[in-house]
Ligand binder design. Structure first.
Ligand code: TYM
Length: 332
């Protein structure tokens, strides 16, 4: 089976619906046909300030949400990034072959550093995409399923891998991003021109996987639409409605066309009511399962340890290969 790698930051108590649709839903089906590795990237999360106790808690919560959403920890390797030391180790080596200018061109770095100010912007935030390259390259990854916002980072990973191979001899598999066109970007319900994000300033337009169903329903009912009134998919002129239709169609497993037909001649209120039912109907059981899993943290930690050991056995071999190619003297 082809090797697949993806990950998510444990940077909030709950994932948001963009993570669920853009990542988890795809992961769930891809794990059947791929040898899949899914990490909870805590080392990435600390590139912006995190409360230590909350980070630990959110790491477990993120793991629970992966499992509750259908990632099978027996079939796939689901682990915490910092449990496998090779990630930080390979990242260092890759830092040394990445151009400063090249890293400076990452748009996500530019956005995030603009928000943090120059003193809040750490070297870690700058090196973030290079750590991501290490994640991917350690597993001889062929496919990297991500949302649109990660495309540039996967491109950088490809460049770094190819450069290393040219300079030191064939070492890394050059991976490819897999981006689902329709669901690559889910937008904020209050601001349908900007990406939904865990770190959004206002949470009024963010749907959390673990929110109370009544809160989720309210947020959907208040979603920004337009004055036109027709339930028609038109990304350019009706971004709010297009976003609701995208969410509805992926969560319900239905085509946009069938939704347009069903809601033709009816108001946005009906569309929102239908969508709220589908979303709370999906997230309700996930939420219940997460609560169950978090009730037994020892079992969750045991699962993560078993999976980390499996990941380390692959990663350590790749790291040794890379160290050797670069000319680092092996210890005896
Ligand atoms: P993160 O934690 O920001 O997001 C996790 C995944 O969710 C996708 N995503 C979205 N998709 C559609 N619409 C949205 N509004 C939306 N918001 C987030 C992201 O594209 C991503 O696929 N750097 C990565 C984590 C990472 C990683 C890796 C990914 C670290 N190492 C190696 C793949 C391979 C990140 O910050 O994701």
């Amino acid at each position: 089976k082809p090797r697949l790698y993806s990950g998510m930051q444990p940077s909030a108590e709950s994932l948001q619906i963009g993570n669920y649709i853009g990542a988890l839903l795809n992961w769930k089906s891809l794990q059947e046909t791929h040898d899949a590795f899914f990490s909870i990237v805590d080392l990435h999360a600390i590139t912006v300030a995190q409360d230590p106790a909350k980070l630990r808690e959110n790491t477990r919560r993120t793991a629970a949400q992966y499992i509750a959403s259908g990632i099978d920890p027996d079939a796939s390797t689901l682990y915490v990034q910092s449990h496998v030391a090779a990630h930080a180790q390979l990242a260092w080596v890759l830092n040394t072959i990445t151009g400063f200018g090249e890293a400076s061109r990452m748009t996500q770095f530019k956005d995030k550093s603009a928000k943090q100010g120059s003193d809040g912007t750490t070297v870690g935030l700058f090196a973030y995409p290079i750590l991501m390259a290490a994640d991917i390259l350690l597993y001889d990854t062929v496919v990297v399923p991500v949302g649109e916002d990660q495309r540039q980072h996967v491109e950088l990973t490809r460049d770094i891998a190819a450069r290393f191979n040219t300079r030191f001899g064939d070492t890394f598999v050059v991976p490819e991003a897999s981006i689902q066109k329709e669901t690559a970007k889910i937008y904020d319900l209050q601001n349908p021109l900007s990406k939904m994000s865990k770190s959004a300033e206002s949470h009024a337009g963010v749907i959390w996987v673990l929110d109370e169903p009544s809160v989720t329903a309210k947020k959907i009912m208040r979603a920004v639409t337009d004055a036109d009134g027709g339930v028609v998919f038109d990304r350019e002129n009706k971004p709010g409605v297009a976003n609701l239709l995208t969410i509805y169609s992926t969560m319900a497993g239905r085509t946009v066309q069938s939704l347009e037909d069903e809601y033709a001649g009816r108001g946005y209120g009906d569309l929102k009511k239908g969508l709220a039912e589908v979303v709370t109907g999906t997230f309700g059981p996930i939420r219940a399962r997460v609560i169950e899993l978090l009730d037994d943290p020892a079992e969750l930690d045991r699962l993560l340890a078993v999976n980390a050991a499996r990941a380390a056995s692959v990663a350590d071999a790749t790291l040794a290969r890379a160290y050797d190619r670069v000319g680092l003297l092996p210890p005896r």
